[in-house]
Ligand binder design. Structure first.
Ligand code: NIG
Ligand code: FE
Length: 413
């Protein structure tokens, strides 16, 4: 074996192969082995079990007595390629302005777009690389990253190339999403339809030809893209084989959830405004409801009804939404804690939500998101702690001692 982790206090989130997601009442059950081992070969999980049955030896052995070993986090929704920061808007909001008012005054996403257009590809890469290194040290092993701060064809392609560069140069598993429809740029003020023409006729063909995007996204919400324009974009993207993952129902009952489902979205994300109609639509779909508590906390929104969704039998994923305007953190341990503290998710439910369910939401559930033989050895080893419920309980503590990606030990920053 290339690596053997021995005497593991609790090995958690063990799933048999073939589990695509965990839903409803199954979410409050977590498969664990106490006093366990885990063996890694060729970057993959080769075997695991109870210490009594461990017959392996390795040159590299880690003693994890009293510690938790779990799959690394999958963060299925981020915007971590951006230029600069927006703490002035944070202060404006403390003084009473709303996210939408700030956007109307030229702040918000368009503020980031202006900066991104002026930044070189190398500058953007270096800034994003620092964020990637930070989230890796915080236990993230897979991340989805969106474009959407370019808002013209050349700048959107520039962002997508930066994401590809990150894919090529970091040990993270990365998926990229084209989000040309993040906001209407200043050149198209009061002409959303005209900007959508540009997306459909110019951006999408070029993005598809470049092979730079795995998925497509639209911010379908009040004050942003209408259901009609969202449908136009998703219809066109479908022609290029791009599945949607969309921003929906963050600001209102916008119809975004139903529109995403209609176009077979892999996930619909945010979902502060989710009622019984939306839950019924989700129940008859293969779309993962993905909640972003970092944004709900930071913007002072209502909380998405995670409890009602799970009690209705739905799966739920949690992700960070790492971005400069509404969630300037990619810390998934904190996101998991917010799921428990603010949305009344049980620790077991939150753990499913940041591993297998968020892996599904970015289309990598066959490779990542659980302790399963043959999956990538992307693992977190915690400090010695009493048990897994301590993870969301001790929120804000740095509980991660080591991170292993593709079977390699990543030194903590
Ligand atoms: O997911 N909701 C839309 N987009 C981002 C915010 C991006 C920004 O403000 O820069 C989000 O919250
Ligand atoms: Fe987002």
């Amino acid at each position: 074996m290339d690596l053997l982790i021995r005497n593991i206090g609790q090995l958690i989130q063990i799933l048999e192969p073939g589990n695509h997601w965990v839903a409803g009442s199954d979410m409050n059950h977590l498969e664990i082995i106490s006093n366990a081992y885990l063996a890694v070969k060729d970057g993959m999980i080769a075997d695991y079990g109870s210490m009594e049955n461990c017959h392996y030896k390795s040159e590299t052995e880690i003693d994890a007595a009293g510690k938790i070993v779990m799959p690394s986090f999958c963060d299925s929704h981020t915007h971590l390629v951006y230029s600069g920061s927006r703490e002035q808007e944070f202060v404006d909001r403390i003084r009473g302005l709303s996210y939408e008012e700030i956007a109307r005054r030229g702040g918000g996403i368009n503020n980031s777009a202006l900066r991104l257009r002026n930044a070189t590809e190398e500058e953007l890469y270096q800034e994003a690389l620092m964020r990637v290194q930070e989230i890796m040290s915080q236990g993230t092993g897979a991340v989805e990253i969106k474009s959407g701060y370019g808002l013209d064809t050349a700048s959107e392609l520039k962002m997508l190339r930066v994401i590809r560069h990150l894919k090529e140069t970091t040990p993270l598993t990365i998926r990229s999403t084209f989000l040309g429809a993040h906001a209407v740029p200043p050149e198209y003020t009061n002409d959303q339809d005209g900007y959508v023409d540009l997306i459909v006729n110019d951006m999408l063909p070029k993005v598809a030809a470049s092979g730079l995007a795995d998925y497509v996204d639209v911010f379908c919400d009040r004050g942003f893209f209408t259901v009609d324009n969202t449908s136009r974009i998703l219809e066109a993207a479908g022609g290029y084989g791009l599945l949607p993952k969309i921003h929906a129902n963050e600001l209102d009952f916008s119809g975004g959830i139903q529109t995403g489902i209609k176009y077979n979205a892999l996930s619909v994300d945010h979902l502060e405004y989710t009622g019984q109609n939306e839950i019924n639509a989700l129940l008859s779909s293969k779309t993962m409801p993905t909640l972003l508590p970092g944004a709900a906390l930071f913007l002072g929104m209502i909380w998405p009804p995670a409890r009602t969704m799970i009690d209705a039998g739905l799966p739920v994923a949690l992700s960070s939404d790492f971005n400069p305007g509404s969630s300037p953190t990619g810390n998934m341990m904190l996101i998991m804690a917010l799921g428990c503290i603010s949305m009344k998710m049980l620790p077991e439910e939150a753990i499913h939500a940041v591993t297998i369910n968020s892996a599904y939401a970015m289309g990598i559930e066959h490779q990542l998101g659980s302790i399963t033989k043959g999956k990538k050895a992307n693992l977190i080893i915690t400090r010695a702690i009493p048990g897994y419920s301590y993870l969301p309980y001790a929120f804000g503590s740095d509980l991660i001692e080591q991170v292993i990606l593709n079977g390699q030990i990543i030194k903590k920053q």
